[in-house]
Design a protein around this ligand. Structure first.
Ligand code: TRP
Ligand code: ZN
Length: 846
């Protein structure tokens, strides 16, 4: 029996309507008899009344066979209506037993129980458990679990500790979204870890046979994460086994299921031949992220999905801290700001803007966003600055002690820091409820030994929020002399009103270094002069502010070139030359300083300058700037590249990766002068995937796709490497051929759209090729919209995520806007899922 009525698309859920469930489920016993077409699931729920009213269970796509309370059969057909089963009355304590049948092999949405290359696996966050069996599928229902898996398969895993072959017991109460099951023909790389509490933990990284050689780095990252969480947050692991599984078909990066983390294979498997330095960094970060969830998310979980940032913002904050400690903190911070601006600021500026804690949603999967994750982490970073390290530490420990085993809210979290610091955080809480990126202005004056800074803030209107209140904004700054000496070390000014000011006694007019370390997720207008920026770029002691000064100089040049046709000036080129050749500076930092703002960044900046951006012009501007930089570097280019050579054997550590990154940036510049000659040599000589991909990208940008055939011949049997091959050809295609390249690629037999990595490698890459996607003839829009309609029929989550490519509509000229609207309207007509319909509805609502 398939469900008749799908949930109504107008079914909006509101935070203000939260009500606790009337029934608690204390223990869940699950028995699975696995079969691709007809898996049987028997669920025994030990229930207890905690309130009045009917018990409403969730179920989707289940063939219901049996429902019993305390052994007595219920007329379930009468109780089921769409995705709900309503049991009007129950005893105070009772056992609810159900039996259902499901077909994992036909589950292409990759939510619930599905099959990936012959392996059974699950994905339950946020609401996938209801696709496995009837349950109160909500995070405030926490239960212990016993699981039994019957299947003729060598490896059968679930959460908790192993209680016999194919049998698992999880003693830690958890919500449904953390349930997981994996079964298949898998092989493990194994190790052990002893916790600070003396617990001996077996660690396994499970992969398909053949992939064992690529698990070492993930295992190493896991052990370092476990140690770091003990050392820095006092958090130890709490089971005798920790399993990690690599899955080929997976919607997102990875999932923190209790004791059984499931990963997109691309974020576990790494070897020098097949993974780039960027891939290694992602593996390290995501392994850490999922592991850290064991405390921030699992032991303490979310009361409801509106509180998602409670676990995600905090866990991102923790993985960022881990990466900063493990690698270079300045380079890590600059990278965080780059992604925050590219993804979150963009989201905050358009029709998809929402608060870190949203107040309503139609489909919760649409709220796993840069705002919830990345801005959510920034908010915690600010909290730490505002209450200070010591109170932050006390507040965090109080949170763990007080709320262990509970499903919590942002209010619970903030209360711990109010108690620990004695500070009222009511105004700070606006960071959770007000959407939009605050604009902060700074104006300075200097007279008679007094330096005066005047600040202003404004939060722009966002969908559903027209009026905004002033936020508390921690602005870290320092002062330099005009010859680059530090006059005043970093201090924090808290801007709490619409305007504020500050006076400092100094002998001479200082150069302000504002928003050090990017102390708040705001857009800063400091009206800075080139002269000041040059001082900061040369001398600032804060690496972020130093980088930011260079970026501002570059952005200004590129915007003026694109908007007004202004030529690049020698002052800027000289400054870039100085950064490039600064032997004192970390190569990774130099690579970041030399990289130009992205086309997306420039389009946004041109728009803000009051000019309608033209994608082709922006592409041409970036090309011209790279050529000008290359010419300015001249003979130094090759000497600098030679100096980036790293020792063999390959190591993915930050120092070597930094050198390779600088070499890659320099090779790109070199390509602008020699048409790809150096890149051809670099490709032939590459002994690792980082260097190989850098050279491949250069050659594609130089219009020499011939190397693609050689690449394919070498790597056709490696799916993860081939994802890079697909993606690079689209990302680096010239604007006029990008759509044609994508069209050719999707006709290949090895383009399997049901594999999210492969789909993203082509469709996502096209959406990210700005000048290619925004072709004046609208072919990019039509191509992407058609693919999303097809994808929506099988995997709505994926289609909805990628649809945000259309969210920048307001930036463009009237013709492009009209064509983007047409594409959105086509999506609105043809979208079957509420996931995609919600996204499209929000993007059309203006
Ligand atoms: N909670 C996961 C994380 O932060 C991400 C996640 C949410 C996810 N929903 C998902 C992963 C659906 C895969 C599929 O790491
Ligand atoms: Zn997470």
């Amino acid at each position: 029996m398939r469900d008749a009525a799908p949930a109504s698309p107008s079914e909006t859920v509101y935070l203000k309507d939260y009500a606790p469930p009337p029934v608690a489920v204390r223990h869940v016993a699950l028995r699975f008899r696995l079969d691709p077409e007809a898996t049987r699931v028997v669920a025994r729920l030990d229930c207890e009344r905690t309130g009045d009213g009917p018990m409403v269970l969730d179920g989707e796509g289940l063939k219901t066979l049996r429902v019993e309370i305390d052994g007595a059969a219920l007329p379930f057909a009468d109780l089921i209506d769409g995705h709900r089963m309503t049991i009007p009355e129950t005893p105070d304590r009772f056992v609810l037993e159900t039996e259902v049948e499901i077909a994992p092999v036909r589950n292409k949405a990759l939510s619930g129980l599905y099959m990936s290359n012959g392996m059974y696996c699950t994905q339950c966050e946020a609401e996938g458990f209801r696709r496995i069996t009837w349950m109160l599928d909500r995070p405030d229902v926490m239960a212990t679990y016993d699981v039994e898996i019957e299947a003729d398969l060598p490896v059968r895993l679930s959460n908790g500790d192993e209680a016999g072959p194919g049998r698992w017991h999880d003693p830690w109460p958890k919500p449904t979204y953390l349930f997981a099951l994996v079964a298949g023909n898998l092989v493990a790389t194994s190790d052990r870890f002893t916790t600070m509490e003396g617990r001996d933990v077996a660690l396994n990284v499970w992969v398909r046979p053949g992939d064992e050689g690529r698990t070492g780095f993930a295992m190493d990252a896991l052990k370092r994460s476990m140690l770091w969480d003990e050392r820095v947050w006092g958090r130890a692991y709490d089971l005798s086994v920790f399993n990690v599984v690599a899955v080929d078909d997976f919607n997102m990066g990875a999932m923190e299921n209790k004791g059984l983390n499931v990963f997109n294979a691309s974020y576990v498997l790494a070897s020098p031949e097949t993974a780039t330095d960027t891939d290694y960094a992602f593996v390290e970060r995501i392994v850490a992220h999922e592991y850290f969830h064991n405390w921030t998310g699992n032991r303490i979980t979310c009361r409801d999905w509106f509180q998602l940032c409670l676990k995600e913002g905090l866990t991102v904050y923790r993985d960022q801290q881990f990466m900063a400690d493990t690698r270079s903190a300045p380079v890590q911070r600059i990278g965080e700001v780059l992604t925050l601006r590219a993804r979150q600021f963009r989201e905050d500026a358009g029709p998809l803007a929402h608060p870190v804690r949203p107040e309503s949603f139609v489909e919760i999967n649409n709220f796993y966003t840069a705002t919830v994750y990345e801005k959510g982490a920034e908010v915690i970073r600010m909290l730490r600055v505002l209450v200070g390290d010591a109170a932050f530490e006390r507040g965090a420990q109080l949170y763990f002690e007080r709320h262990d085993g509970e499903a919590c809210t942002i209010e619970d979290w903030l209360a711990c820091f109010e108690e620990a610091s004695g500070r009222d955080l009511a105004q700070f809480a606006l960071w959770y409820s007000q959407a939009g990126t605050p604009r902060v202005t700074v104006r300075e004056s200097f007279a008679d030994g007094t330096y005066r800074l005047e600040f202003g803030q404004a939060v722009p209107p966002t969908p559903g929020q027209t009026e905004k209140r002033p936020m508390v904004i921690p602005l870290a700054f320092g002062l330099l002399s005009e010859d680059g000496r530090e006059i005043a070390p970093t201090q924090v000014f808290e801007l709490t009103e619409a305007t504020g000011s500050l006076e400092i006694a100094v002998a001479e007019r200082p150069v302000p270094s504002m928003l050090r370390g990017f102390s708040a997720p705001v857009i800063l207008d400091a009206g800075q002069s080139d002269a000041d920026r040059l001082v900061l770029l040369a001398h600032d002691t804060d690496p972020f502010a130093r980088w930011e000064a260079g970026r501002a100089l570059s952005k200004d040049r590129l915007v003026r070139h694109a908007a007004e046709g202004r030529a690049f000036d020698a002052g800027w080129l000289d400054a870039m030359h100085r950064v490039a050749t600064d032997a004192e500076a970390d190569p990774a930092f130099r690579a970041l300083a030399l990289s130009l703002p992205s086309e997306d960044d420039l389009a946004q900046a041109v728009h803000e300058a009051g000019v309608v951006p033209d994608p082709d012009r922006i592409r041409a501007t970036r090309e011209a700037a790279q050529r000008a930089l290359a010419e300015r570097l001249g003979d130094d280019l090759d000497a600098l590249r030679a100096a980036c050579r790293v020792k063999v054997p390959y190591s993915p550590d930050a120092a070597d990766a930094g050198r390779r990154s600088l070499a890659g940036v320099l090779l790109r510049l070199r390509t602008r002068l020699d048409g790809g000659e150096a890149a051809r040599v670099a490709y032939a000589e590459a002994d690792n995937m980082t260097d190989r991909m850098a050279a491949f990208a250069c050659l594609l940008e130089a219009g020499d796709p011939s190397v693609a055939a050689a690449f394919e011949a070498d790597w056709r049997h490696d799916r993860l490497v081939m994802d890079k091959w697909f993606s690079a050809q689209v990302s680096h295609a010239a604007p006029d051929v990008a759509v044609a390249v994508a069209e050719t690629l999707i006709r290949r037999p090895d383009f399997d759209p049901s594999n999210p990595n492969r789909f993203r490698a082509v469709i996502g890459a096209l959406a990210g090729n700005m000048a290619g996607f925004h072709r004046a003839d609208g072919s990019g829009y039509r191509f992407v919209a058609e693919r999303l309609v097809e994808m929506d029929a099988t995997n709505p989550q994926m289609a909805a995520r990628l649809s945000s490519a259309f969210s920048t509509r307001a930036l463009w000229d009237a013709d492009r806007q009209a064509m983007m609207r047409d594409a959105l309207e086509q999506l609105a007509r043809e979208a079957g899922s509420r996931d995609l319909r919600e996204m499209v509805g929000r993007m059309l609502a203006d």
